[in-house]
Design a binder for this molecule. Sequence first.
Ligand code: APR
Length: 237
Amino acid sequence: MSGRPFRNIVILTGAGISAESGLGTFRDKGGIWEKFDWQKLATPEAFRSDPHSVHDFYNARRANMAGAQPNDAHRALAALELLWQAEDRGSFLLVTQNIDDLHERGGSREVLHMHGELLKSRCNSCGHLFEHTHALGVETACPSCARAGGLRPHVVWFGEMPLGLDTIYEALGACDLFVAIGTSGTVYPAAGFVSEAKAAGAWTVELSLEPGEVSALFDEHHYGPATKIVPEWAGRI
Ligand code: APR
């Protein structure tokens, strides 16, 4: 554990932080990509060729999210954000790969969803982006242009550009602490963030259930359930 007081922190979360809230991860045993074929459900091509199946897949995940509650790991990060601001320590950026709203419901005030948000939808016809908490279908009409057939989940699919990368890379270049929580480190560009942070001279920490693909790049590691190791870690920095 580096002894210096940290000023500029970037935190990256993945599906593991929401696992104990009952939302599935992707690559663990029994994970979402073990049950479903991402090539048929999470690509622009899949949506063009079979929008009904893609809508069904995301409608089921949206319904699953409705019953989930934030856990102590989400709440610990929200408390850390408040502490950072109260002590005016420096910049605090929470980036999540998750499309759920558990960080927000756990109290985090600023969350950068680099893979989008399932509780938002957007219209391919007019570009309207809006909150949408219930089922979506090919027949659903856009609340702005009233056209049907053009609505999609506001989710970044494989092959599409993640959101907020300029903000993320700027923060990584200026951070002195980078923490990855509950992510397998298998999907880029997120898996490459630790290297960006190290190049900036940051101390890097991996908090997960088990080592991820880029675990060797981190300075510090803590393994265990997020609801245990995240509050413990947050209470020490
Ligand atoms: N506490 C902490 N970590 C956990 C827990 C838990 N209770 N349960 C699982 N994990 C860890 C696993 O060890 C694994 O490292 O969470 C990680 C989940 O990895 P993935 O399922 O690959 O999820 P993630 O890294 O978020 O995937 C990245 O891939 O499919 C795309 O867009 C999707 O955002 C997703 C991206």
